[in-house]
Design a protein around this ligand. Structure first.
Ligand SMILES: Cc1cc2nc3c(=O)[nH]c(=O)nc-3n(C[C@H](O)[C@H](O)[C@H](O)COP(=O)(O)OP(=O)(O)OC[C@H]3O[C@@H](n4cnc5c(N)ncnc54)[C@H](O)[C@@H]3O)c2cc1C
Length: 325
């Protein structure tokens, strides 16, 4: 029996999905979550249709399909299309859906249970406890690079109906505007030092007024931290896994969970496969992002195409991207 008990720290989307899958495989899974409620994570929840490969039931909670966005570079606008398509969700609903699927399979979810030291009596322990992972700290691993994510919701303004982003070289990140039904979301991702100021300046310029208490923030990791440990491992944001270009971490987190389920309980094999899959993508994306941010502030920006079709999760090779001048 002891060889069946698995502890997962963190009931974010990755921990919950992993719990459901491992319970289905015949393990007895307990999830420990520090918050009293599930689904409180600040997140835009723009997710590629790959989500349905992992969680087909997510179709029930889709808000809408996003066909394209407009990227406003300093001197040029580019229409960015997505292959696979992108969908907008409400993060709270999505996490609660996965929690109920996990509970239906028999997963025990303990809320209001902040882990300070790893629980005893488990055959395997998996840290899915996000960007500031306690499990990672206990393992003595260095944190990945951390970016700041900001988000606020306002009453819908008269501005465009399109999803827009503004890449900002000075924060190695971007700002966004996502219109929802009655509200509009503004947000930012970038280096932790300057992003807040750049975001406030941007909103002021657009005459968008926000109350500071409506501003939500969270750290977004970037890197890959997979310890060489046979009994304790990390997954999702805890392992640093978010797409370097966008900061989106849901598909990368679910993909890491899928690899973990396939290799379970062999954590060294999970580590090997995880590094093989994600490491080259992270390196390529870092180079691509650097080139784009550098060129975007020079006359070379005029050579940028008018329209591109990309895979937001970077699972396809860049050679499959479509470019229209
Ligand atoms: C502003 C913003 C916008 C974003 N937009 C997108 C987007 O549009 N698309 C996308 O794909 N990604 C987006 N992301 C990233 C995405 O939110 C994360 O990649 C995703 O939440 C990772 O899921 P996770 O389950 O690994 O971690 P999390 O969702 O962070 O879950 C970790 C869980 O662990 C719990 N926990 C932490 N410490 C402990 C402890 N000591 N004991 C017990 N429990 C603990 C936390 O309370 C939390 O519930 C965004 C992030 C931010 C900040």
């Amino acid at each position: 029996m002891t060889n069946k008990k698995v502890a997962i720290i963190g009931a974010g989307i990755v921990g919950l999905y992993l719990a459901k899958e491992l319970q289905e495989k015949g393990f007895e899974v307990s999830v420990f979550e520090k918050e009293k409620e599930i689904g409180k994570k600040p997140c835009t929840a723009l997710i590629s249709e790959r989500i349905f490969n992992y969680i087909p039931e997510a179709e029930k909670v889709v808000k809408r399909k996003i066909d394209y966005l407009i990227a406003h570079f300093p001197k040029k606008d580019i229409q960015v299309r997505f292959n696979p398509s992108l969908y907008l969700f409400e993060r709270g609903k999505l996490d609660n859906l996965v929690a109920s699927l996990a509970r239906e399979k028999g997963v025990k979810i303990q809320l209001g249970k902040k882990i300070e030291k790893l629980p005893d009596g488990f055959f395997r322990i998996i840290g899915c406890d996000g960007a500031l992972s306690k499990t990672r700290e206990i393992l003595g691993e260095n944190p990945p690079f951390l970016r700041l994510g900001l988000q606020c919701f306002l009453e819908k303004d008269a501005n465009s109906k399109e999803v827009e982003i503004w890449p900002k070289k000075e924060i190695s990140g971007f700002l966004w505007r996502v219109p929802r039904r009655e509200i509009v979301e503004y947000g930012a991702i970038g280096d932790p030092k300057n992003t807040y100021q750049i975001f406030l300046k941007f909103l002021k310029k657009r005459k968008v007024e926000i109350k500071k208490e409506n501003l939500r923030s969270a750290l977004i990791p970037l890197g890959i931290v997979l310890p060489k440990n046979k009994k304790i491992i990390l997954c999702g944001d805890a392992a640093g896994l978010t797409t370097p270009t966008s900061g989106g971490g849901i598909i990368w987190g679910l993909k890491s969970a899928k690899i973990l389920v396939e290799e379970f309980p062999d954590f060294l094999s999970y580590r090997k496969k995880g590094l093989k899959f994600f490491w080259p993508k992270i390196q390529k994306a870092k180079i691509l992002t650097k080139i784009i941010y550098t060129l975007s502030n020079t006359p070379f920006v005029y050579l940028f195409p008018k329209k591109v079709e990309i895979d937001t999760n970077l699972f396809y090779s860049f050679l499959r991207y479509k470019i229209y001048f």
